[in-house]
Design a protein around this ligand. Structure first.
Ligand SMILES: C[S@@+](CC[C@H](N)C(=O)[O-])C[C@H]1O[C@@H](n2cnc3c(N)ncnc32)[C@H](O)[C@@H]1O
Length: 139
């Protein structure tokens, strides 16, 4: 994310005291995560839930935990759900998990009630699946 996008996200988190679980999908080095945790207006347990398959960098989890410590965030305050986001979301849905703030791209969503239709239509999921295969081979 660009610095102005991160600023926007941080302002959003700091502007409301959302009581529920906060979620980041795809954390890379965990730098934005540190800023988001520090922007929370009240203590949360866990401070954040992070979904990531940890295949972006070698020993990515170590890198993230080191960065969290470096920026004064206790790595053990983060709940890491390691795996492919589709599988992790399916599990979370089955467990009845819900989240107050969602981040992981520029779009931050606040859900205020049950949706009448799926938020992500099948065509978008197929499009994303196609791109994930293409991008994996381009790496
Ligand atoms: C571009 S980085 C995220 C950047 C980060 N949000 C930031 O603000 O700096 C993408 C992250 O998503 C993770 N990722 C990519 N595809 C994934 C998938 N299908 N399931 C879970 N994590 C995934 C990668 O491991 C990586 O950590």
């Amino acid at each position: 994310m660009q610095p102005d996008e991160i600023d926007c996200l941080i302002r959003l988190i700091a502007s409301e005291d959302l009581p529920g679980k906060h979620l980041e999908v795809g954390t890379a080095r965990g730098i934005t995560l540190c800023a988001m945790v520090q922007a929370l207006r009240s203590p949360h347990d866990p401070a954040f839930v992070v979904v990531d398959n940890m295949r972006y960098f070698p020993d990515q989890i170590r890198l993230i935990r080191d960065n969290l410590e470096r920026f004064g965030v206790d790595p053990d305050s983060i709940e890491f759900r390691i795996g492919d986001s589709r599988k992790v979301f399916r599990k979370a849905q089955e467990a009845g998990d819900s989240f107050d703030a969602q981040a992981g791209s520029l779009l931050a969503l606040r859900k205020r009630g049950e949706s009448a239709t799926p938020e992500v239509p099948v065509i978008d999921r197929l499009w994303a699946m196609m791109w994930s295969i293409v991008l994996r081979f381009r790496k």
